[in-house]
Design a protein around this ligand. Structure first.
Ligand SMILES: *[C@@H]1O[C@H](CO)[C@@H](O)[C@H](O)[C@H]1NC(C)=O
Ligand SMILES: *[C@@H]1O[C@H](CO)[C@@H](O)[C@H](O)[C@H]1NC(C)=O
Ligand SMILES: *[C@@H]1O[C@H](CO)[C@@H](O)[C@H](O)[C@H]1NC(C)=O
Ligand SMILES: *[C@@H]1O[C@H](CO)[C@@H](O)[C@H](O)[C@H]1NC(C)=O
Ligand SMILES: *[C@@H]1O[C@H](CO)[C@@H](O)[C@H](O)[C@H]1NC(C)=O
Ligand SMILES: *[C@@H]1O[C@H](CO)[C@@H](O)[C@H](O)[C@H]1NC(C)=O
Ligand SMILES: *[C@@H]1O[C@H](CO)[C@@H](O)[C@H](O)[C@H]1NC(C)=O
Ligand SMILES: *[C@@H]1O[C@H](CO)[C@@H](O)[C@H](O)[C@H]1NC(C)=O
Ligand SMILES: *[C@@H]1O[C@H](CO)[C@@H](O)[C@H](O)[C@H]1NC(C)=O
Length: 456
């Protein structure tokens, strides 16, 4: 069975409900007045099986635990521990924080100055206890055991088996660097149930650049349901659309999760329960051709001046030769040139060359377009133009597009039948930067070995 394709299997009258109304049965009831603190005796509450824990998880950097903590739910028996839910709180604020299940039934996180950092909002006042359940759901429960607040209804980037996404709700990708949280992608089930789609998002404003994958229900979807057998969209008329194909991998002895990755790919993962270090294996994913996505605004799937390349379910963002990542720790963050641009004051065209990059394109937003032209003319006109950062040539039609910085929607793969020519300094020209041979290894194109002497 293909692990990658999503299927439109409409299974008439096979209506499998997600088991979302969990009863808060647990051998570990957490009573009102209990609290957790990263500096205290207890930093988390475990489920009775020990598979999940809720509490403070130290942020790990360079393999070392820091004094910064996520308020989170995680798989406690995998190595490393895998976060499945987290509160929207800056980890650097939580070093001396306290989480308390108040006697009024609210769960409140406060800092050392007693300021509220986070709380379980919208909880009714008859909460009698809390519990970390064995399915990964953390609940505040009433006297009858039924949930008044549950983490399953406030998903972050992950769904667990039995959990569902209701219309109007979304999963948002998480990627952190030292300074901020980047949420570049979203999976949204439209509030009116008309479609399920993946969107590219501006991380600062949260506004959408557009969708790059969607399922049109042509009727009303009532929930996106994740189960051992995969992701399904339940429709109003009791039909089911399979979003990921069922997989034989999904057995009882596997942990499972469905997560929207920081690369925009949504994956169903499995992890054997009997081997903590085996790691998560992708069972199914979508979309397949994420590098084909184009957006009018923003950088595209990868950052500005970089280009996207997909291998199996893995997305890479590469820099062109003589370009490097703005932040080497964040390859999705885009690339800058390692050299001084061609001067517009004096003619420096002879100091630059156009390096071919077959099957690479930065579509949209060219600032000039000629056709039909010969390849040599296309390159020459870019050489002479100090604003031209690259040209894209399509040899079957003789189309030539000039590109300036920053370039966006960069893509690479067999489906790209154009060649990009990127303008870089010849030999020692152009004011330094890393050697061409060193950069070449990072983008998978076989490059002639060019020895760059030290700049004068
Ligand atoms: C509790 O959380 C909600 C939602 O995040 C927020 O609107 C509300 O102001 C918070 N309450 C307090 C007392 O901070
Ligand atoms: C936990 O709470 C539920 C619901 O109130 C109750 O049925 C159960 O007996 C409690 N478990 C323990 C160990 O107290
Ligand atoms: C559902 O909502 C979306 C977004 O607001 C809108 O584009 C679409 O037309 C709506 N569909 C129906 C059937 O109302
Ligand atoms: C979804 O289907 C509706 C009704 O057939 C149509 O109006 C709409 O354009 C479709 N949306 C997409 C994204 O294909
Ligand atoms: C439900 O709606 C879908 C989409 O319109 C359709 O393909 C399917 O046959 C319908 N199922 C039933 C049971 O009517
Ligand atoms: C667990 O998985 C790791 C990585 O695949 C492997 O090296 C190790 O031998 C496995 N341990 C057991 C007990 O199977
Ligand atoms: C990359 O990460 C390491 C450790 O987290 C940090 O020391 C270094 O400054 C980071 N590099 C950049 C360019 O941010
Ligand atoms: C276009 O380029 C491809 C690959 O380099 C080559 O095989 C093909 O013959 C070229 N077509 C034309 C019309 O030049
Ligand atoms: C080039 O790729 C485009 C888009 O993938 C396709 O429509 C076109 O037929 C291809 N042209 C050739 C000559 O392969």
């Amino acid at each position: 069975m293909s692990s990658s394709s999503y299927l439109f299997l409409i299974q008439i009258c096979v209506f499998i409900l997600c088991n979302c109304s969990t009863e808060a049965r647990s051998s570990h009831n957490i009573s009102l007045g209990s609290s957790l603190s990263p500096l205290g005796r207890q930093i988390s509450w475990s489920s009775s099986s020990g598979d999940f824990a809720f509490g403070f998880l130290p942020v790990v950097e360079d393999g070392r635990a820091t004094r910064r903590f996520l308020l989170a739910i995680w798989f406690d028996k995998t190595d490393p521990k895998t976060v499945v839910w987290s509160a929207e709180v800056n980890p650097s604020a939580t070093g001396e924080a306290t989480l308390e299940l108040k006697t009024d039934g609210r769960l409140v996180l406060t800092d050392a100055q007693n300021r509220i950092l986070w709380n379980s909002s919208g909880v009714s006042d008859d909460v009698s206890h809390a519990a970390m359940l064995d399915d990964g759901n953390f609940v505040l429960a009433g006297p009858d055991g039924s949930p008044r607040w549950q983490s399953f209804q406030h998903p972050t980037d992950t769904l667990l088996p039995g959990q569902s996404l209701l219309p109007g709700n979304k999963l948002r990708s998480m990627e952190t660097d030292l300074l901020q949280l980047h949420r570049r992608f979203e999976l949204l089930l439209e509030a009116n149930g008309s479609d399920l789609a993946l969107y590219a998002i501006n991380t600062l404003s949260g506004s959408s650049y557009g969708f790059y994958w969607s399922v049109n229900t042509s009727t009303i979807a009532t929930q996106l349901c994740f189960q051992q057998s995969g992701l399904r969209l339940n429709l109003m008329n009791e039909s089911v659309i399979s979003i990921t194909s069922p997989s034989p991998e999904t057995e009882r002895d596997m942990y499972q999760r469905a997560t929207i990755g920081d690369d925009g790919v949504f994956r169903h993962y499995a992890h054997p329960k009997n081997n903590a270090t085996m790691g998560w294996k992708t069972v199914a994913f979508f979309p397949e051709g994420i590098c084909k996505a184009e957006f009018t605004y923003g950088s595209g799937i990868c950052g500005f001046n970089s280009y996207c390349i997909m291998n199996e379910d893995k997305v890479d963002c590469k820099c062109p030769p003589r370009y490097s990542y703005f932040d080497p720790n964040r390859t999705f963050g885009g690339c800058k040139q390692d050299f001084r641009m061609q001067s517009c004051e004096v003619d420096e065209s002879s100091m630059f060359e156009l390096m071919p990059m077959p099957n690479v394109d930065w579509p949209l937003a060219g600032y000039d377009h000629f056709w039909p032209v010969q390849e040599e003319k296309c390159k020459e006109w870019c050489s002479l133009d100090c604003l031209c950062a690259a040209v894209i040539f399509w040899n079957s039609t003789g189309d030539c597009w000039k590109k300036r910085h920053p370039m966006s929607n960069g893509m690479s793969g067999g489906f790209v039948n154009r060649t990009a020519y990127i303008k870089i300094p010849k030999g020692e020209g152009g004011g330094g930067g890393s050697s061409l041979a060193g950069v070449a290894t990072s983008w998978g194109y076989v490059m002639p070995q060019i020895v760059v002497p030290n700049a004068k």
